[in-house]
Design a protein around this ligand. Structure first.
Ligand code: SF4
Ligand code: SF4
Length: 377
């Protein structure tokens, strides 16, 4: 039975976060159980895009600092790294490290920031769908990986937590290739589980002090939850996190994919919850992502109503400034810029919502069709 630790943490005051992170890891046996002295440790936060900690798009700087300090106390040599969505270049990494506070963590703790943007191909024999992975080199050079996800909704995957966070070890624009090849939620979820079983993080410590609901993972609403969650089992952590915010864990594609592979039952009752009261920490009012229904989950007769009626479509709003970032990252080239504004060719669109995720102006909204409002939990 996998253990998941839950510790209340009401705000991002660094001392509060330090105490909560320390306690959550002690409940799981202490950091020395996971980090041998002298080990090269990769700390993998969610650094989706350049943004401030208050926007709740990335793992909060206080949580990253608290984890780095704990790993250093155990004798680990820390590198902080992620491959954000879009271009994976030194200049972009520097910009993201500065805006998200990672630069500040490195200066305060002496941790190294990763600037290696090289990729490598590795065999993953136990992979269910992906037997050969293109992985960022920085992730393969660590002896121990500690993931620090942020609890958020996600238009395509419904939820992003410990499993989805590891997609950040896939280098830059290689991610769009996976979107183009693995169009359905089910296949994409199996790929994410494969990445998780390849990376095998020793520990995942989730920033759920303030999560994001609604139009996550970048344009949603910061949502106070007030906890740090931790587990050595990333899938178990996602089961607990989704249940905490009122989602049915098995409605989340990565949990479902993991359950099909008997890596979880998807039931909260099958986890060993330790720490503060889970029941008291549960929140209400957490809004799901507007992703529409999953075509694989509806009866064939309903599919005849057409994709446009069943699946949420991306729409460009008047906030668009025509920067072209969405067009550069659309896996099927369904976007072009015309008269200073993005235009989406919906018949080509595969509904991966990468444009919605990456737009720095939050100018792409997901239009949820009428049947989706009824059929989606
Ligand atoms: S929708 Fe967003 S990413 Fe695309 S061109 Fe407009 S502002 Fe740029
Ligand atoms: S238009 Fe947006 S949602 Fe559609 S395929 Fe391109 S990136 Fe994905």
């Amino acid at each position: 039975m996998s253990q998941v630790a839950l510790v209340r943490c009401e705000n991002y005051n660094l001392d509060n976060v330090r105490a909560a992170v320390r306690r959550s890891v002690e409940l799981l046996g202490g950091m020395r159980r996971y980090v041998p002295p002298g080990a090269r440790v990769l700390i993998k936060p969610n650094l989706l895009q350049a943004s401030t900690p208050e926007e709740a798009i990335v793992t909060h700087v206080s949580v990253v600092q608290a984890v780095v300090e704990l790993v250093q106390e155990a004798g680990g040599q820390v590198t902080i790294g992620d491959s954000p969505f879009g271009m994976f270049t030194r200049g972009r990494l520097q910009h993201i490290y500065e805006s998200t506070g990672m630069q500040q963590v490195a200066e305060a703790t002496g941790a190294t920031l990763n600037f290696d943007t090289a990729a490598t191909t590795r065999t993953h024999r136990e992979g269910h769908l992906i037997k050969r992975l293109d992985v960022a080199r920085y992730a393969t050079e660590a002896e121990v990986v500690i993931s620090i996800p942020k609890l958020k909704t996600h238009g395509f995957m419904r939820f992003t937590g410990a499993v989805k966070n590891l997609f950040g070890v896939i280098p830059g624009t290689t991610k769009t290739g996976y979107h183009a090849k693995l169009v359905t939620r089910e296949r994409f979820a199996h790929m994410l589980v494969d990445v998780t079983t390849f990376i095998r993080p020793a520990l995942a410590i989730m920033d759920a002090v303030v999560g994001m609901d609604g139009d996550g993972p970048s344009a949603g609403r910061p949502f106070p939850i007030g906890v740090i969650l931790a587990s050595a089992d990333s899938i178990a952590l996602d089961v607990a996190a989704t249940a905490l915010v009122g989602m049915e864990p098995l409605s989340v594609p990565v949990v479902r994919a993991a359950a099909q592979r008997r890596l979880t039952t998807g039931r909260l009752a099958d986890l060993e919850l330790v720490g503060d009261s889970f029941a008291e920490a549960r929140v209400s009012g957490f809004r799901p992502a507007k992703s529409g229904i999953d075509l694989n989950a509806v009866p064939p007769w309903l599919r005849n109503m057409g994709t446009s009626l069943l699946v949420a479509s991306p729409r460009v709003t008047t906030s668009c400034i025509g920067c072209g970032i969405c067009a550069e990252n659309c896996p099927v080239q369904a976007i072009h810029i015309e008269n200073g504004r993005a235009r989406i060719h919906l018949p080509t669109c595969i509904r991966c919502y990468c444009c919605h995720e990456i737009c720095p102006e939050h100018a792409i909204e997901l239009h949820q069709p009428w049947p989706g409002r009824i059929l989606v939990r």
